[in-house]
Every structure is written in structure tokens, then in C-alpha cells.
Design a protein around this ligand. Structure first.
Ligand SMILES: [Zn+2]
Length: 301
């Protein structure tokens, strides 16, 4: 496990849906020449495309080609070392679904940071691997409460069950409502509803969805709330805009939401915005769009 992650070699290499990963114990050395001698001519199962080779605690990963993929078993005719024993770790992670690229990458980075390849024996005892873990880091802009912040939580739940996305890592960029309000002192705040969880001991709070009698207040809400305010009271309120999309722009992959979006998602310059009450399906679509924008070449091996 001496060698670290280098610029050469594959990034985010993960065997896909029909993973075709076999595990073999071998008696000898795990260098390419020895493994070639050992495996060439041996029969491999029709679906086998990779072999995780183990000797004691040492592990290497091979890609193999067989004479034919038709019969149930066929002789191996080509062997390539994908990761040598010096750069490959073997991890037991009973909670990790090894079919999920993001989960594989997260396990590798958490357990053996800097190591080029990790074989993971995970949930259901399934074995899969990742070479060159380098998850796409997606900033998620959201407000809180609730806790956990909804968009961050939803996006993570989508990643946790998605087999077809490249490895991704969410970077929560969450602003607290009370912190926002502290920057705009007021004797009375108006927030969209009690469910927004806004609570400050230093001021009165009214709730827009209860349509209270008009007062002088500061609206802590999105532009849609301001429109509702205008509908109710015939004028706009002093306004603290909480919409995550209204924050200063930043570069890089971004997932955020906007109060003014009611239906579809919007992707601009590799940044995705979903509606305020986005479904898991919409968030999944947004993550797919981010993957296409930032990792267009990625495909499961
Ligand atoms: Zn908005």
C-alpha cells in the first residue's frame, strides 16, 4: 500500500451493473508476469471480466479477456494488471452497497485515503472495487432548518441508491435562517409558515400562511413569499431573501433550489436548480445533469 494516487492511470474506474468481478486466491507472487503465467489458459466464467487476486493480505486487480464470452467457461487469453498489490487495499465494509459508485469512493477515501485502488467487500458480502477514487464534488446550497437540511439529505439519499452516476460527494453549503436574520435586525419578522422552524428570541415572529393583519415587519422568505405578501397586503415588504439561488454565484458543480421554480429543473453552466419542493426524481435528474456536465466521459467499466 505504498503508492499513492497518481495522475496517471484511470480515475473513478468502477465495474458496472454486470460487474463480472471474480475473487481468486493464488499461491504465488502478485506481479503481472507471475499472474499472467498463473491465469493464462485457466478457465474463467462467462461473465468474469475482472479478477480480484489475493494472497494472504495482499490484493491485486486484473482485467482478463477470454477466448470467448459465449460458453459458460472459456480459457483466459489476456491478463492486464489494473492495480498491483503495492497500490491496492482490501476493505471489509458490511454497510456499503458495492454497486453504488459514490459509496465505493466514499469508503475508499474514508478508510484508505491516497491509496490508488480499493477492493470493497460490502453489503451481502458482494465484492467490487474502485480505482482512482476522485468523486465529483458538488456544492449543495440550502437553508436550515429543517435539520437535516432537506436538499442535502434528499440528494444524499439519491446518491446512496444510484448505480449509474459517477462517484459524487456532496459539500453542504447551508445557511441558517436565524444567522441570515441576524444580519437584518428587526423588531418583527414575517416568515412563510411555522413549519419553517424560524425562531428568534429577540423579535416577534408572524407567519405569512396565517395571513395576519399587516404590520411593519421584515419578510424572511423567498421571492414567492414576497409575491404572496403583495397579493395579501397590496405592497412589498422589507425583505430578506432566503432563496439559495439568490446567493452570490460561485464556480463549479452546484445543486441548489429556487422558490420561483414550480416544475422542471434548470441547468446552466454546469449548475442545477430544482424547485423548492423538489421530488427525489427531480433531484436525481439534476445529479445526472451535473454528471453529464462535469464528468461526460465517465462510464462504468
Ligand atoms: Zn428563488
Amino acid at each position: 500500500m505504498a503508492a499513492g494516487l497518481t495522475d496517471s492511470g484511470p480515475r473513478n474506474l468502477v465495474p458496472g451493473k454486470y460487474r463480472g468481478v471474480a475473487v481468486a486466491r493464488v499461491p504465488g507472487q502478485l506481479d503481472e508476469a507471475s499472474l499472467r503465467r498463473y491465469f493464462i489458459g485457466r478457465e474463467a466464467y462467462r461473465r468474469t471480466r475482472f479478477i480480484v487476486v489475493r494472497n494472504g493480505e495482499r490484493t491485486a486487480i486484473l482485467r482478463v479477456r477470454k477466448q470467448s464470452d459465449e460458453p459458460l467457461f472459456a480459457p483466459i487469453i489476456e491478463v492486464d494488471l489494473v492495480a498491483g498489490a503495492d497500490e491496492c487495499a482490501y476493505l471489509h465494509c458490511p454497510g456499503v452497497d458495492t454497486g453504488i459508485p459514490s459509496a465505493l469512493a466514499a469508503a475508499a477515501i474514508a478508510r484508505v485515503p491516497g491509496v490508488r485502488a480499493a477492493v470493497v467487500q460490502g453489503r451481502y458480502e458482494h465484492v467490487n472495487f474502485i480505482v482512482g477514487p476522485a468523486p465529483l464534488r458538488v456544492r449543495v446550497r440550502e437553508i436550515a432548518p429543517p435539520q437535516p437540511p432537506k436538499l442535502v439529505d434528499q440528494a444524499q439519499r439519491v446518491l446512496d441508491v444510484t448505480e449509474t452516476l459517477p462517484p459524487m460527494e456532496l459539500l453542504p453549503d447551508v445557511v441558517g435562517l436565524a444567522d441570515l436574520a441576524a444580519h437584518r435586525p428587526s423588531e418583527r419578522y414575517l416568515v412563510p409558515c411555522r413549519g419553517s422552524g424560524f425562531d428568534t428570541p429577540v423579535a416577534h415572529t408572524s407567519y405569512l400562511d396565517e395571513r395576519p393583519a399587516h404590520q411593519i415587519w421584515t419578510l424572511v422568505g423567498c421571492e414567492r413569499s414576497q409575491q404572496i405578501h403583495e397579493w395579501f397586503y397590496g405592497k412589498r415588504a422589507d425583505h430578506l431573501d432566503i432563496c439559495p439561488r439568490a446567493r452570490p454565484s460561485i464556480a463549479g458543480p452546484l445543486l441548489t433550489k429556487c422558490c420561483l421554480f414550480e416544475d422542471g429543473i434548470v441547468v446552466e453552466a454546469g449548475q442545477a436548480t430544482v424547485p423548492w419542493g423538489a421530488s427525489l426524481e427531480q433531484i436525481s435528474d439534476a445529479l445526472v445533469a451535473l454528471a453529464e456536465a462535469w464528468e461526460p466521459a465517465w462510464a462504468p467499466a
